[in-house]
Design a binder for this molecule. Structure first.
Ligand code: 4NP
Length: 159
């Protein structure tokens, strides 16, 4: 199973989702069965590490983002990943627009897995410190829901 988190710059929300979701997979004993990555719709930050405010907020919750480097969404991603999960409605619209017709992947908003239908993870880039904590709270909740969803799918595939 392969999961790709998608935001605008790939330096705040989607790297955070990658780090938090990896930790949830490890807690659930599923790290070896699920591949995780993140990317951005835009190319402004390609090759850069996460925003220091995101890295610091994640570090305070025991999550290390220092290895993540930003990359841009590519056409192959639609074939490679089973889930392409957008942080907000703009990211989702871009995914739907670029998605090839034959693509079988689940494309949706990440917070659907937190039971928060049609809600975005707000872009924290131009806001204050509190925005980064809210991003983490929302992402932690959705990550737990996504682990449950993937667990069901993996069990379903076994029967
Ligand atoms: P992200 O946040 O999409 O969560 O990585 C942003 C990062 C950079 C910009 C916008 C959003 N930017 O305009 O450069």
């Amino acid at each position: 199973m392969r999961v790709l988190f998608v935001c605008l710059g790939n330096i705040c929300r989607s790297p955070t989702a990658e780090g938090v979701f990896r930790r949830e997979l490890e807690s659930a004993g599923l790290a070896h069965r699920v591949e995780v990555d993140s990317c951005g719709i835009g190319d402004w930050h390609v090759g850069n590490p996460p925003d220091p405010r995101s890295a610091e907020a994640a570090r305070r919750r025991g999550i290390d983002l220092s290895e993540v480097r930003a990359r841009q969404l590519s056409a192959e991603d639609f074939h490679r990943f089973d889930y392409l999960l957008a942080m907000d409605h703009d990211n989702l619209a871009a995914l739907r627009q670029q998605c090839p017709e034959a693509c079988q992947a689940h494309i949706g908003l990440f917070l659907d897995f937190a039971g928060q239908v049609d809600r975005p993870v707000p872009d924290p880039y131009y806001g204050g410190e509190r925005g980064f904590e809210e991003v983490l709270d929302l992402i932690e909740s959705a990550s737990r829901g996504l682990v449950e969803d993937i667990t069901r799918r993996l069990e379903g595939a076994r029967h």
